[in-house]
Ligand binder design. Structure first.
Ligand code: ARG
Length: 393
């Protein structure tokens, strides 16, 4: 009996070539496609994988689990990498890896394989996750070792072996898509001074092409999780998909950054996450209403750590789980509504309300009805400033 390889298959060039490459080496290839909202043409890719030599193709719909167990955890934590990246790709890798492991166990496979290069973060995320879930599985990353060093060499290999690929519209950029966002890199974008042309962006409109009137959206959260959009109850997947369209049309959700990869390289990345930025901004606005100062500031420091762990492939770790426990404790009060104004690329909170609001008008007001005893301020300031009396005399 042949040994089996479960391969994370995207339908793209690298993983299509990988199917043939493994098959030629005498392995049975199971092509595994995780649906995390990338809106691929799965039936076409399924046929292609089989035609290329896969023994079996599995398409698994992981959208709901992705949103529930990955995306919304990151949202509750306000996880953003280096201020600009909502971690769409990084969040998808552990769930895909988990799917691969389960499939490998079910099929009694020897190897789990992926098509990542040796320069990126994704190889790390896949392999650390696979290792933590099932250390007995062997990992194979053919792109890191095979003889084809360029895209052209892979295309030549595909032609030679009759592997169906999209040669008609050769994408000038590398795209990774899921419902939390799109990551775009390489091609002309490798020059960090090159301004991306409009064709780079997949789901967001430019300031010029977006609607001239502002769009208002109301987002209702329950314990930190968005549950209603404009008053209508919605499951997470649907809410994100709807909001991607609404916010994307208003030009919201673009970032252009140079980021620090785990392997030490700086790389230029373009991201689109219209729903993500709208939800994160709304979530933070609600937190500012219901969390006290010390908790809010402390939680902000946790957000950085959470983002780093996610980015570095350390999702399945005790620290991430412990941070989630902390974050969930803070989210008990994060119930309420944020009103957002989306306009020409801007996403601005214009209102917030909650049954757990800590905002007290009678303390904040400068009008009639002030309950703040201003006479107490004098003593408070004297004691607060006591350690510094004369310190800079
Ligand atoms: N730089 C981002 C990250 O490491 C995006 C990676 C995109 N991956 C890809 N296969 N195009 O999370």
């Amino acid at each position: 009996m042949k040994e089996k390889v479960v391969l994370a298959y995207s339908g793209g060039l690298d993983t299509s070539v990988a199917i043939k490459w493994f098959a030629n080496k005498g392995y049975d290839v199971i092509a595994y496609m995780a649906d995390v909202g990338q809106e691929s043409d799965f039936p076409t890719y399924e046929k292609r994988a089989l035609k290329t030599g896969a023994k079996k193709v599995v398409v698994e719909n992981l959208k709901e689990e992705f949103v529930r167990d990955f995306v919304f955890k990151a949202l509750k934590a306000n996880a953003v990498y280096e201020s600009n990246y909502l971690l769409a790709t990084a969040l998808s890798r552990p769930i895909i890896a988990k799917g691969l492991v389960k499939m490998a166990q079910k099929e009694n496979a020897t190897y789990v394989a992926h098509g990542c290069t040796g320069k990126g973060n994704d190889q790390v995320r896949f392999e650390v996750t696979i290792g933590s879930l099932d250390p007995s599985l062997k990992i194979w990353a053919p792109v890191r070792e095979w003889e084809m060093k360029t895209r052209q060499a892979e295309i030549d290999y595909a032609r030679k072996h009759n592997i169906p690929i999209d040669t008609t519209k050769k994408k000038p950029y590398s795209l990774d898509v899921n419902l939390w966002g799109i990551s775009i890199e390489s091609g002309k974008l490798e020059d960090p001074y090159y301004e991306p042309t409009e064709d780079v962006y997949q789901i967001t409109k430019s300031v010029k092409d977006s609607k001239s009137a502002p769009t208002y959206v109301e987002i209702e959260f329950k314990k930190g999780i968005p549950v209603k959009l404009n008053g209508k109850a919605m499951a997470g997947v649907e809410l994100i998909l709807k909001l991607n369209k609404i916010a994307g049309d208003a030009g919201v959700g673009r970032s252009d950054m140079v980021e620090n990869r785990l392997v030490g390289i700086k790389s230029r990345e373009i991201y689109e996450a219209p729903a993500g930025w709208t939800l994160m901004t709304a979530h933070k606005a609600l937190e500012s209403l219901v969390l006290d100062r010390e908790l809010l500031h402390y939680k902000d420091s946790i957000a950085l750590k959470y983002a780093d762990l996610t980015y570095y492939g350390l999702w399945y770790t005790p620290l991430r789980e412990s941070l989630d426990a902390f974050v969930d404790q803070t989210q008990k009060r994060v119930t309420g509504v944020a009103k957002m104004k989306l306009h020409k690329g801007n996403c601005i909170v214009v209102g917030r309300k909650s049954p757990h609001s800590l905002y007290k008008k009678e303390l904040a007001t400068y009008e009639e009805g002030d309950k703040f005893d201003q006479s107490l301020a004098k003593g408070f300031i004297q004691i607060w400033g006591l350690p510094y009396k004369g310190a800079y005399k």
